[in-house]
Design a protein around this ligand. Structure first.
Ligand code: C2E
Ligand code: CA
Ligand code: CA
Ligand code: CA
Length: 279
């Protein structure tokens, strides 16, 4: 950028400085988020397309920053991954989700599995699998009712650490879901290498279903067919309309999740929602 002269350097410098500054601030605040109790979980159910019953509940992380603003996980998870803070945050998420699930179970609510999002960084941590089992034990949550949601990229590398973790999960009945399925598509070999129970079709595909997108219909149908051929159940995320739901049902999709049923809810609200569900 030498030939750009003083002005372009100045321009670059300003925006870059602002970005770095915001990033550093976020990183510092994020380190305080756990001890300050600024993190919480909201919960969104998945529903069976054949019988209408609740098959599971996904825990989703929320962060109310020191200024009171609610921050999106899309924004802060990548920062937590870079700084390593995701390891402590991820353990907290698992513990809190298992604790809450146990409390709901105690209260007589039926909801199937509890699902927790797991970052690729957590999965690479050699301690991770043992931590998961220890957390289930601490909250006396049955391991066969815990599902870990992983992205395709987390499953691309077949390492010793990953192998051992998946062996431990399989031995304890902890299931895996591939999240955002369809956005990575580069290599499907991992799908039968690892014990994946659920494929979650990314909502970017699901939400184009009801338009005149013939190609999108072909795509979701292909995912359903592929999933079933591999012995997996297929879950559609981001279902917002009855039209989309009907199309997914016609395509043989097994479960759905989205605003049509409910937005992610705080624990007390989800409890109320669960109480009015059939069977
Ligand atoms: P995700 O796992 O794909 O979660 C689904 C996202 O879609 C959630 O966004 C949810 O609120 C949103 N959603 C659900 N139904 C609908 C719908 O009908 N329409 C639309 N437009 N959106 C819907 P959220 O809660 O902002 O989370 C975003 C992403 O952040 C998650 O995507 C996940 O990748 C990540 N994330 C959330 N919590 C955690 C966590 O505890 N750990 C990790 N590592 N990642 C997390
Ligand atoms: Ca997820
Ligand atoms: Ca997803
Ligand atoms: Ca997503």
């Amino acid at each position: 950028a030498k030939e750009g002269g003083r002005n372009s350097f100045q321009f670059y410098n300003d925006s870059f400085f602002e970005k770095v500054q915001r990033r550093v601030t976020l990183e510092q605040e994020l380190r305080q988020a756990l001890p300050r109790g600024e993190l919480s979980l909201v919960y969104q159910p998945t529903v069976c397309l054949r019988h209408g019953n609740v098959t599971g509940i996904e825990a989703l992380l929320r962060w109310q920053g020191p200024d009171g603003s609610l921050r999106s996980p899309v924004e802060f998870i990548p920062i937590a991954e870079d700084s390593g803070e995701i390891l402590a945050i991820g353990r907290w998420v698992l513990a809190e989700a298992c604790r809450q699930a146990g409390a709901w179970h105690e209260a007589g609510l039926q909801f199937g599995r509890i699902a927790v999002n797991v970052s690729a960084v957590q999965l690479r941590d050699p301690q991770f699998a043992d931590d998961v089992l220890a957390i289930c034990q601490r909250y006396r949550w049955p391991t066969d009712r815990l599902e870990l949601e992983l992205t395709e990229s987390a499953l691309m590398r077949d390492t010793e650490v990953l192998r051992r973790a998946f062996d431990l999960f399989a031995a304890n009945g902890i299931t895996l879901a591939v999240d955002d399925f369809g956005t990575g598509f580069s290599n499907l070999a991992y799908l039968h290498r690892f014990p994946v129970r659920h494929l979650k079709i990314d909502r970017s595909f699901v939400q184009q279903l009801s338009g005149d997108g013939e190609r999108m219909r072909g795509l979701t149908q292909a995912v359903v067919t592929l999933g079933h051929a591999l012995g997996m159940a297929v879950v559609a995320e981001g279902v917002e309309t009855e039209i989309t739901l009907d199309l997914l049902r016609q395509q043989g999709c097994d479960e759905a999740q989205g605003y049509l049923f409910t937005r992610p809810l705080a624990p007390e609200q989800l409890e109320t929602w669960l109480r009015v569900q059939p069977g």
